[in-house]
Design a protein. Sequence first.
Length: 294
Amino acid sequence: MSEEKLVEIQAQVSGSDLERLIVVGGDLEYLQNLPKDRLLTHAEIRLAAGVLRRLLVDGELRAVWRIIGAHDVTKLAVSATEIDTALAAWPIGWIQYAWAGGASASGAHHAGVVFGAIPKEEHERYGSIEEFFRLNPLPTHGGVRKMVLDDWLRSTSVAINTNEIGLVKVSRRAVLTYIANRRGGVHFDSRRNIGKLNPRKRRRENESSLLDHGLLRVGHLSGPEFEVQSMVQVLATSDHTQELVRIAHSAAPEDFYGNPNELKLWTGVQQADGTGWATWRLEPAAEQGGGSRA
């Protein structure tokens, strides 16, 4: 995908497609501007979850990718931590829980962790747990892999072993939806009705109940909240995000670079600048509403 092709496509966007490009470009820029050197606040996590849901679950990011014609050239892809490879190396019954994570911060953070319990009869004959792991290396961390967007959303964000239904793998899409729809990102819903539901809805309720327990805290964030921060960083730093933000800026510079000292009124009469806008510019030194007409 060359920059020349993107610029050519950008010039063809107009009407409602342009409006959608501006919204998605603004959403992505918002994610880019969130702090990267610290853990996000709970409010920042909730707001980011709403933005991510709109972009990823509601499909706005894919829609804009099609609008600009980029889907004919390349697929949306990200580089992210994955724990499915590590989980596959463990006997299922030994896994307690695992988290993908991946966000960097100046304080507490992690890039994929697997917590397991080795049965005593399995490691005792090795003399020590260290010797067991030396001869039976089991991965306890995640690895970074490039994934297309759909695979990333389907990949495991959290895995929790339960007595009733065994190991439950919760996808990134499900964790994002949980924070957005259940924990205040877009809605707050504390109901957990597992009993009289069809299997699909029962699974979703089971996942929400398990995520309620948290099981891991990263600083002040719960385990699911840190997963959302990790998703923010993954999407914000992807090459495709950089390109979409650039295209949105180029297509509608007035929506991103408008002069904060200007007040514009639509008159319909052609002004000196060749538009139908009359412009008042506020003097930078004025603090009490003074200004001068352009």
